[in-house]
Structures are given as C-alpha cells and as structure tokens.
Design a protein around this ligand. Structure first.
Ligand code: ATP
Length: 351
C-alpha cells in the first residue's frame, strides 16, 4: 500500500510562485499524469515529493507518515528523469543493481532481482553491454529497471520519453503502462503531452500556474472540462458565448433552437463547449442548420480531416474522419450543426 496525500503544498523561487496550495490524494497503485505547459510547476512538485526540493508550505504524507521527516534517500522512491543519469562506466546489470548494492542486499538476492527486472523490461541478453552502446529506448529501459529495483513505494517519471521518436515513445508508453499494472506501484508521470497523459493515466492532474485546474479520469477531463483553461488545453475545444432562455439558445445573431440535452435546464449567459468532432458539416449555406460559415483552413492529418471555419469572426475547429463528411475546400460556404447530447457548458462561467 502506498497512498500519497498532498495538502496545501506551496513553493516559491524568489518572486516566482512555482506551486500554490496544491492538494491531492493519490490512491495506492494509481497511475497519475501531471499535465501542463512549460513552467506550470510539474517538475517542482515531483522534486518536492522525491525530497530533492523543500516546500515552503503544506504537508505531504506517504501512507500517513509525514514525508518532511524523511530525507530523500529514506523515502524509497524510484525516479526516472529525461536525463537518465545512468552510470556510463557500469554495464546494464550493474546499473540496475546499483541501488541494491548500496543497500548491501546479498549478491544472490541482487542477482535474482536483476534477472527479474531484465525480463520485465525486455533487456534479457543485454546484461553485460555497456550502457553507452545502447539505443535511446534501451537506455530508457535500463533507467526504468534501475528505478524499480528497490521495489519503490512511489515511482516518479519526469518526461522520460520526450526525447524519443514517436514510434518508440508509443511503444515504451504501452510497456510502462503494462509494467505499472503488473507491479501495482503508485506512479506519478510528468508530461506536457496531452495524448501521452490520455493514454497512460488512471487520473490526469492538470496544472496551470502552479495550481490544479482539474483532476479526473482521461474521459472526465475530455468530456467534462470544468474550466476554460482545461477546455482549451485538452482537445482543441470551441468555446461559444451563448445566452439561454426558456425558449431559445442564442449565439451571436443565431437562434440554435430550444435548450436541450445537458443544457436543457441552464439559463442566462453560458460558455458552451463544442468539441471539433461534435460538429456536423454541410457543404452550403443552409439556414435549417445552426450556423453558417466559411472554410478558412483545411488539411488532412492521417485519417482525419481538420478545418477552421469562420463564423462571423469566430473561428471554429472541425474534425472528422476522412470520407465521413462532405469534401470542402478553403473559401467554401458551409453550415454547421451538432448533437446536443454530448455538449457541455463550463460550470464556472454561468452568469
Ligand atoms: P517544464 O515542462 O518546462 O519542465 P515545469 O512545469 O516542470 O516546466 P517547473 O520546472 O516546476 O515547471 O518550474 C515552475 C516555475 O518555477 C518556473 O517558472 C520555473 O522557472 C521556476 N523554477 C523552477 N526551479 C527553479 C529554481 N531552482 N530557481 C528559480 N526558479 C525556478
């Protein structure tokens, strides 16, 4: 069991507020992704948990024991950073065994653990190879195996795959996820890549300017963003300023019909979140549809078609599978509608 509780954690560097009042409960065996743009405080939070940095305020408890009482080397936390800090003069096995040797674990137990980790991380056959001779992905595996050697209570990873090419990154993400499930080790993974967070996490914690904007499962974050920041950060959402009364939903000069779906009972000024893939497109101006606009950008990205559509000065993003919608080009007049059932208004912005 390894539960981590953060309450009111704050950290300043001079005038910079790196973390402000961060509170979070992490369950045993949970895979958390800390997600946010550069400078939002992700690494600082990880370093405070690891004991490499002290917080100015707040408390951290691991299994109800205050971490402030434990120096870094007594916390039994495994860490993998982007700069792997492998020992270049030691071979693969010795890198993995390093922590076990430092703890004076017997040679027999060390060999057994190293053998187990080589198998878990797909490094069998590489035991005596110098780490300098390994590829980027193999080095990552050594770093992961080394971090897990002491059966850590917490496994922390700071952007471990950001320097790797997309294919290898994808492969290692799936391996780490599988390994984490197998070992049931409580894990905190820092990334600024939303698709990485979506594919790995049990729960994503979105940080902005040192504060938590929202914490939730990938599905909750994607389908029910609670703040403007999250709605814009995740999934490229369109945010429409609408006004709802008993009979109609109004957006700019358009009447979008009677309130329905999740907004049926909302009234007043609201911010409607319309996901790019929720929009249905017609290739002409058709006043039976909700909005009329003009295509200002069109591109194909893999299996998807993406368009920007100018609707009276607001550019809306549209995404669809190729061949699932009409073929449109830049300059075309189009009409837009959507199914209200999947839409959502930001709860903090109703007036
Ligand atoms: P990135 O994704 O770029 O690594 P991050 O979200 O991990 O960013 P942090 O490294 O935690 O962000 O930094 C948070 C803020 O604290 C930033 O404004 C950063 O410049 C500042 N900061 C971090 N460490 C120090 C330090 N040792 N001295 C001064 N300022 C610091």
């Amino acid at each position: 069991m390894s539960e981590l509780a953060l309450s009111g954690v704050g950290k300043r560097f001079g005038k910079t507020v790196a973390l402000a009042d961060v509170s979070l409960q992490i369950k045993s065996g949970e895979f958390i992704c800390l997600l946010g743009s550069s400078g939002c405080g992700k690494t600082t939070l990880l370093r405070i948990i690891a004991g490499l940095e002290k917080c100015d305020q707040g408390e951290l408890h691991l299994d109800r024991v205050a971490l402030s009482k434990l120096p870094s080397h007594k916390r039994n936390i495994g860490m993998v950073f982007q700069s792997l800090a492998l020992f270049p003069h030691l071979n693969v096995s010795r890198n993995i065994a390093y922590g076990l040797k430092m703890r004076s674990i017997s040679g027999e137990a060390t060999n057994a653990r190293v053998t187990e980790l080589l198998a878990l991380t797909g490094l069998v056959g590489f035991e005596t190879r110098s780490v300098a001779s390994l590829s980027g992905g193999q080095k990552q595996r050594v770093a992961i195996a080394r971090a897990l050697a002491l059966e850590p209570r917490l496994f922390l990873m700071d952007e471990p795959f950001s320097a790797l090419d997309a294919g290898l990154r994808d492969h290692l993400q799936q391996e780490v996820k599988k390994l984490q499930r197998q070992l049931a080790v409580t894990t905190i993974f820092v990334t600024h890549d939303q698709s990485e967070a979506m594919s790995l996490a049990d729960r994503i914690v979105i940080l902005n300017n040192g504060s938590i904007e929202q914490a939730g499962t990938p599905k909750e974050i994607y389908q029910r963003p609670l703040t403007r920041f999250v709605a814009e950060f995740i999934g490229n959402n369109n945010l429409l300023d609408i006004e709802i009364d008993e009979t109609a939903v109004k957006y700019q000069g358009y009447n979008l019909g009677s309130p329905q779906g999740s907004i049926e009972n909302l009234r007043g000024r609201q911010t409607l979140v319309v996901r790019p893939e929720s929009i249905r497109l017609r290739a002409s101006h058709d006043t039976s549809q909700y909005l009329q606009g003009t295509v200002t950008m069109q591109r194909t990205v893999g299996a998807l078609v993406e368009c920007d559509i100018d609707v009276d000065g607001q550019v809306l993003k549209y995404t669809a599978l190729q061949n699932s919608g009409p073929e449109v080009s830049i300059g075309d007049a189009v009409s837009l509608s959507w199914d209200w059932s999947g839409l959502w208004c930001l709860p903090g912005e109703s007036q």
